[in-house]
Design a protein around this ligand. Structure first.
Ligand code: COA
Length: 289
């Protein structure tokens, strides 16, 4: 299902290494068509009993050859399951052994839903001068022109460490394409935004969601406050109602996952107040081709 439909922003391809009819490992390649068009993201997974036999290396070299042949400059990969403090994992040792350089790290926090209502009540405080608006799978037409500005701002401002990172200039067409893909894949989202009442300006948004295939696993996606509206506690002002809508909507126990750069200390502090705890560190690596 995740391969469903053609996408305007990314093309995905897969590689498998097989021995007869036994699958030893797979590589998943994301070819960015907007933003990081010099980069191919590669994700590797080797069946545990076939590890340390060169399977990952073989898959990686084929991926590198394909990327180079297509004129791409950078192979990038994410190690998701690093130690929460050091970031180390077999994946990081593999990446370092295969010529990758670490470019960025993010703390992975989780919270068990439903969150404690009293904690949510304490944090869910309206901010004077702003109104909350919410939507599900389709951005209302009236907000689209401003929503693409916020999405582009998010792409420019989110901390990415030393990663090669070309911001995405979002357009209504890209948003509608992403929404259609999400619906086709059966995924769902909850969006909460804050509108500055006096000016009608869309000032902040946050998005969370999941997929029915893993109903006990939900993700926090973007949270962004427009530069001219920062410092007004709008981050938490959109997060708390979005959490309420999400937990009422899914109406079951689930784990909500979120990732933030350590330099994003305010966001991590807010998450901690909401009951999130650290479980891992993910690190992002690049190899120049
Ligand atoms: C990371 C992973 C893909 C490596 O696959 P693999 O087939 O075992 O890797 P290789 O046999 O090609 O290993 C190449 C080199 O990487 C290093 N390496 C790999 N796994 C290692 C480990 N567990 N500990 C230390 N070094 C390791 C070694 O230097 C190894 O060479 P050596 O065996 O001659 O010492 C595999 O462990 C895996 O699927 N892990 C779970 C998913 C994951 O973390 N993917 C990476 C993020 S996308």
């Amino acid at each position: 299902m995740v391969m469903a439909r053609e996408h305007a922003d990314v093309r995905a391809t897969g590689l498998g290494l097989v021995d007869g009819d036994v699958w030893l490992g797979v590589a998943w390649l994301d070819w960015w068509l907007v933003g990081n068009t010099d980069t191919v993201d590669v994700e590797l997974a080797v069946v545990p009993e076939y590890r340390r036999r060169g399977v990952g290396s073989r898959l990686l070299e084929v991926a590198a050859d394909q990327a180079k042949a297509a004129g791409r400059r950078i192979l990038s990969g994410t190690n998701t399951a690093g130690d929460p403090v050091t970031g180390a994992s077999p994946g990081t040792r593999f990446a370092a052994a295969r010529g990758f350089v670490q470019k960025h790290a993010e703390l992975h926090q989780v919270a068990e839903l439903p969150l404690d209502e009293a904690a949510l009540d304490r944090l869910d405080q309206p901010v004077d001068g702003y109104e909350i608006v919410q939507w599900r799978e389709h951005t209302p037409d009236e907000w689209m022109p401003q929503f693409v500005e916020l999405l582009s701002g998010m792409s420019e401002d989110v901390p990415t460490g030393d990663r090669t990172d070309e911001p995405i200039h979002w357009t209504p067409e890209l948003v509608r394409n992403a929404e259609a893909r999400r619906v086709a894949q059966g995924r769902f989202t909850y969006t909460t935004a804050a509108v500055h009442t006096a000016s009608g300006e869309l000032a902040a948004y946050t998005q969370m969601g999941g997929t029915p295939e893993t109903p006990d696993r939900l993700n926090q996606y973007d949270t962004y406050v427009r530069r001219s509206h920062r410092g007004n506690r709008l981050g938490i002002a959109v997060k708390a109602p979005n959490l309420r809508a999400l937990q009422a909507g899914v109406a079951r126990k689930a784990v909500l996952h979120t990732w933030n750069a350590p330099e994003n200390a305010p966001m991590i502090a807010v998450n901690t107040k909401l009951g999130f705890r650290p479980v891992a560190q993910r690190t992002i690596w690049e190899r120049t081709l």
